[in-house]
Design a protein around this ligand. Sequence first.
Ligand SMILES: Nc1nc2c(ncn2[C@@H]2O[C@H](COP(=O)(O)OP(=O)(O)OP(=O)(O)O)[C@@H](O)[C@H]2O)c(=O)[nH]1
Ligand SMILES: [Mg+2]
Length: 555
Amino acid sequence: MGQNDNGPNGTRSLGPRCVALVGPFQSGKTTLLEAILARTGAIQRQGTVDAGTTTGDSGQEARHHKMSVEATFATTNFMGDNYTFVDCPGSIEFIQDMRSVLPAIDAAVVVCEADEKKVPQLQLILRELEDQNIPRFVFLNKIDKADKRVRETIKLLQPASRVPLLLRQIPIWNGDIISGFVDLALERAFVYKEHAPSEIVELKNENLDRKKEARFKMLETLADHDDQLMEQLLEDIEPPRDKVFDDLAKELRERIVCPVLLGVATRSNGVLRLLKAIRHESPGSAETAQRLGAKAGNDATALVLKTFHTTHGGKMSVVRLLAGQAGDGTTLTTSSGDSGRVSGVFKLMGQHFEKRAQAAAGETIALGKLENAKTGDTLSSGKQPPSALTQAKPHAPVLAIAVQAKERKDDVKLGPAFTKLTEEDPSLTVVHNPENHEVVIWGQGEMHLRVAAERLADRFWCRCPRDRLRSDIERPFGNRSPSAGGTRSSQVATGSSVTLSWRSSRCRADPGSSSKTASLVALCREITSRPLRKESSTPSSTVRSDFRWSICPSP
Ligand SMILES: Nc1nc2c(ncn2[C@@H]2O[C@H](COP(=O)(O)OP(=O)(O)OP(=O)(O)O)[C@@H](O)[C@H]2O)c(=O)[nH]1
Ligand SMILES: [Mg+2]
């Protein structure tokens, strides 16, 4: 695919796209992926997270914990184009998978909800996207249980984004329930249908006035970067619809606005409009390759987004092909000069790998048996090793667990098991302590380690004694253990000032609290210039969350 991948009207990119679903914990990313796959016909019926029937959380550990614990890839077809969606885990302890995927995506859909407790995590994710120059949509999910007006929600979420959140749709209320929406660019009203496309309805009185006001606000924001549009607005001239769509696409691609669409992922409401927005407005792989500085040409250039070790297929490297073609037998070399031959090209659908023919630029596929390739590697079929396109390092771990083989005779299997485990998840580190012959796995928090331990036990026959859990989270707090409770102010590695608060009563009783503290420390590390500040204490009897924090305003 060449550099000019725009369609005839200049707004539509051709070719395969790769889009990540990211966002705060439990905001509905896996449910949205399921809705997208059902809507595009990739699956027959939309599964649910609660019933454990989704494509996204089909791994054993994800099913068990009812949360995503690794990135899931699913390729589908929408209106003749090929799209790979990546469902990223929301928990901060599993953020590494999202970070590995982001460089190669064309756009992100940030799934969020009207919940002020989740704004700090939303900010963290938006920062990653902003820093990597990735175009992003916000999908405001769960509007079926919205208790505030959408305009108030945008005000609540806006501080998390450096660029304006541009409301593209307004809801149609039926009493206290949202029954549909008005598309402000199309100027059409729709009524939601469960698991079916929304139906066009006539725009009436009150909604007509609300639409006019909200559309003007949307156009005003677009006009901040378009003088011609500004003149039209000042002279009361209605801009042509094509111009509005062109501006929406241009300003998304230039990352100067972040469009907001509404929906209910569980009922598949708002999904079709989201897909259409992605199709018409998001850039294609040529632009992504340019952003990364990948060379265009006949040689295959690919970025490894994730590594899996499958029971029957062996090692699988999920890659985004940024240039050239890759098929069975293609020799690919890493930046450090290690080469390997592709043995099988696969289409991805959650845990299912389907063999297929060679892949073209833009596609996201799994390549079999590239034994020397690691997540984050740049691969090339050229004669020279390629320059590395990304350099992201995993976050330093904060918590560790000692592990051992169930039986001594299995000790020899541990080495390969650890290699596979850390290849699948580079944010885990294995440390051998020769003094007491102990092997310790370091990770990002208690849930992260619990999942690592489950993987080892299920697949590699290891045992993780619970009483051996240890942590270095005391260090940022001086000599005092976080389990003693209270409030402390201290310096984390980055030098940012941090105040954490927790409830002493629950901390002693709740084994999850150390994990939350660890998550917070990890969160603090992420935000070097924006320290966290205690917001309020929460009474122990009413709220399950132990922590309250806020991100200080920019200096
Ligand atoms: N009411 C309502 N519930 C929803 C909606 N979307 C998702 N949920 C529920 O929210 C919960 C979390 O959904 P998931 O899809 O697992 O969220 P997630 O963002 O993938 O979660 P993590 O990957 O663990 O961060 C589940 O119980 C869903 O049924 C929605 O639109 N409305
Ligand atoms: Mg999920």
